[in-house]
Design a protein around this ligand. Structure first.
Ligand code: GLA
Length: 392
């Protein structure tokens, strides 16, 4: 059964009648531009073929009933009860979206929703943004709420999903994940400028070049709701205060020596160096992709990983091992992707080297007594949208 079939079966098992429709949203993988989003910088993610499906029916009251294949039961939620930290668990993501819509003045009602997903959870591939976006993209169809499904409507939906994540799920994340799943385009990477929300779609069809993007899930679960992620964000904010800027990405690498001296802290100087050099790498990566220079793109991946590991200090031994092993097996480049502290790495490899690269990774992880990594081959897929199904 596909995840779509499971979502429909879950709906039928829990709710009488048919859903009004099914909406889907992808996971994402970021090619480069890490921890730049909340610094007003550039990112370059792609949407994945792996999707979360939501079979949804509008209710006449203000109760949210959520079920999800393989997830714990959650009691019905009154829309009025949604506040920071409540509900807890996976249901905070869909509940948060309705909260954010209501808070922004859009009319919303209760919903019956059945979810099913093949986006791996806890792998740093934005399974939470996929849940949020699957609900958000249904809103223009279900509620007469003045939101549209065009590009400007999607930008607004991405903002609402980020607010859900920040205020209800209490994860202080930037806006990359929500933009990636709502504003990407099939066959393209999304070059988003987080300073003003502007986007450019950059062709990413590496299969034509005999290349593949291998996603290596280290199986080290991460969470951005607590601890280290917020600490990095706080470091960046402190550096901004000391430098008198609103966002670090207002500065360029030309400003780096002076900025590193002015923050008067070796730790903050490292954080600033990561953000400014990473922002530059995104620009260079876009140019490399447009010039079909994948050797250069791979080199930028390697530099990005070193900067995240040494300056931003968000890697972990499993991510480092994945990167080193993929490079030894002949990858053009490899790096951790997403927030770090676990999750996934990506490697740009020749398609014919995929089996040997996977084998090398399994052997290396076994040698270190780490859990066996899991693999995906990522392709740039379509964004969140209504799913065409015969029933609805
Ligand atoms: C997580 C967050 C994003 C972004 C990345 C790091 O995925 O959700 O907003 O900050 O980490 O680039």
């Amino acid at each position: 059964m596909t995840a779509l079939d499971v979502a429909l079966a879950e709906f039928q098992a829990h709710f009488p009648g048919e859903p009004d429709g099914v909406w889907e949203a992808p996971g994402r993988v970021n090619l480069i531009g890490e921890h730049t989003d909340y610094n007003g910088g550039l990112v370059l993610p792609i949407a994945l073929p792996q999707r979360t499906y939501a079979a949804v029916r509008r209710r006449q009251d203000t109760i949210l009933t959520l079920v999800s294949a393989g997830m714990p039961y959650c009691p019905p939620i009154s829309l009025a009860s949604i506040v920071a930290g409540h509900p807890a668990g996976w249901e905070r993501y869909p509940a948060g979206v309705l909260w954010a819509m209501a808070e922004a003045g859009y009319p919303v009602s209760g919903l019956d929703v059945a979810f099913a997903s093949d986006v791996p959870v806890g792998s740093g591939l934005s399974s939470s943004a996929a849940i949020e976006a699957a609900v958000a993209v249904a809103a223009p169809d279900l509620f007469d709420c003045g939101l549209s499904a065009d590009e400007s409507g999607r930008a607004e939906l991405a903002t609402l999903c980020q607010r859900a994540e920040n205020h209800i799920a209490c994860a202080p994340t930037g806006g990359m994940d929500q933009a990636a799943v709502l504003r990407s385009r099939e066959g393209y990477a999304l070059n988003l400028d987080c300073a003003d929300g502007s986007i450019r779609h950059v062709p990413f069809r590496i299969r034509d070049k005999g290349l593949a993007l291998l996603v290596i899930d280290t199986r080290v679960e991460h969470s951005h709701a607590t601890g280290e992620y917020g600490q990095r964000r706080a470091d960046c904010e402190e550096a901004c205060d000391r430098l008198g800027v609103a966002h670090l990405a207002e500065l360029s690498t030309n400003d780096l020596p002076a900025a590193m001296a002015r923050v008067k802290s070796p730790r903050l100087a490292q954080r600033v160096r990561h953000v400014l050099t990473e922002n530059d790498r995104v620009r260079l990566a876009v140019a490399a992709m447009e010039a079909n220079d994948f050797v250069e793109l791979g080199r930028l991946f390697v530099d990005s990983h070193a900067s995240l590991r040494d300056d931003f200090e968000v890697s972990c031994p499993q991510l480092d091992l994945a990167v080193v092993t993929a490079l030894e097996a002949g990858a053009l480049g490899a790096r951790m992707t997403g927030g770090g502290f676990g999750g996934s790495a990506i490697a740009l490899v020749y398609e014919q080297a995929l089996p040997a690269t996977r084998e090398a990774l399994l052997t290396a992880f076994e040698h270190h007594s780490y859990a066996a990594p899991k693999f995906l081959v990522a392709e740039a897929a379509a964004p969140a949208r209504r799913t065409v199904v015969p029933c609805c």
